[in-house]
Design a binder for this molecule. Structure first.
Ligand code: 2F8
Ligand code: CA
Length: 362
């Protein structure tokens, strides 16, 4: 509680006045004065009392106000205390809770530390595992790369195999189609074969009949050939008798030397055409009697290439060559033939081993 001190101030002259010497009048005056003074004192005291009362009243009012304010403050303080107590209680509860939490957190911290330690150990183990796994991963990556390369090679092989497979399938299909076509051909060929066998049998029969006919015809041909030769000889004899140069024909085809030998065997030699009259006459006779067939004449350069000689060894003075002849084709044409399709220019050099009919003279 606040303590209040109040002072009343008196003038010096009023409180501490020195008593002066008293006379009658003076005494009267003094009595009056004293009365006045007493009145004054009384008034003064009354005023003072009033003032004091006023002050007390003011003091009481102020005190009351103060008390009320203190009361309010006290109430507030009390409320504050209550709320603080409540807060305190709450805080205590919170503190307990926090303590509990703290304890449990400490417990958890311990557990976590233990776990951290175990996890650290695990982490180390895992790190080593990770390292070994990284190593393995590198190895596996290398292996994967190798396998990828192998896979692409295999893929390529597979693709080419597939391509080949497709080609083979196509070929198999084609071959199957060909096979069925061939099978049909074989069937038809078997059919044909049967027909042909039948035909061969028939033809064999026909052939044996024809062979018989041929043999008898051949026999007849030989007989006729003999007759033709004898007739030809007779004819030649007749020609020889009747013609200017004694020429006669060789009706079979022989080489140049064989023809010459034939002429010699019949008392003559291959013909010598050493004049234009003889050339024209013999050409027209050959055209008429041999229907334009080629015949050997008695001219050759077999002794010396390029030096044509007649069979009586006389040299060639006037030749009746086809245009471009003699050309000695292949360096092997040394004997001379006559082609009666042209009247005069109708000689050609020819290989002596070719076979031709011939014309001789005696
Ligand atoms: O057979 C040989 C014969 O061939 C041709 O006549 C058909 C030659 N003619 C030409 O080259 C123009 C002959 O000179 C040859 O003797
Ligand atoms: Ca020729």
């Amino acid at each position: 509680m606040e303590s209040n001190i109040y002072f009343v101030k008196f003038e010096n002259s009023d409180i501490k006045g020195t008593p002066e010497p008293l006379t009658t009048s003076h005494h009267q005056d003094e009595g009056k004065t004293r009365k006045c003074r007493g009145c004054r004192c009384l008034v003064l005291m009354t005023v003072c009392l009033g003032l004091i009362c006023a002050l007390l009243l003011v003091f009481n009012i102020l005190q009351h106000i103060t008390i009320i304010s203190y009361k309010n403050a006290f109430e507030e303080f009390k409320q504050t205390i209550n709320s603080l107590q409540d807060n305190n209680t709450d805080l205590m509860i919170e503190k307990d809770q926090l303590q509990n939490n703290f304890n449990s957190l400490s417990q958890k911290k311990l557990e976590l530390e233990t776990r951290v330690n175990s996890l650290t150990a695990e982490k180390k183990q895992l790190q080593s595992s990770v390292d070994s796994l990284s190593q393995k991963k590198l190895e596996l990556e290398t292996r994967v790369n190798n396998l990828t390369a192998e896979k692409s090679q295999l893929q390529n092989s597979l693709n080419s195999s597939n391509q080949k497979n497709l080609e083979l399938e196509t070929r198999v299909n084609n071959l199957t189609a060909e096979k069925s076509q061939l099978q049909r051909s074989v069937d038809s060929l078997n059919q044909n074969k049967l027909e042909l066998e039948t035909r061969v049998n028939n033809l064999t029969d026909e052939k044996s009949q024809l062979q018989k006919s041929f043999n008898s015809l051949n026999q007849k041909n030989l007989e006729l050939d003999g007759k033709v030769t004898s007739l030809s000889d007779e004819l030649n004899k007749a020609y020889v008798k009747g013609n200017q140069w004694g020429w006669f024909f060789i009706t079979t085809q022989l080489n140049w030397s064989g023809s010459r030998q034939y002429c010699k065997d019949h008392g003559g030699d291959l013909i010598i055409l050493n004049s234009e009259v003889k050339q024209r006459t013999i050409t027209s006779i050959v055209l008429e009697k041999f229907l334009g067939e080629r015949v050997w004449i008695g001219l050759t350069d077999i002794q010396q290439e390029g030096s044509m000689k007649w069979v009586d060894t006389s040299p060639l003075n006037q030749g009746f060559w086809y245009s471009g002849e003699p050309n000695d084709v292949g360096g092997n044409e040394d004997c001379v033939e006559l082609l009666p399709s042209a009247p005069v220019q109708n000689w050609n050099d020819l290989p002596c081993n070719d076979k031709r009919k011939g014309i001789c003279e005696k």
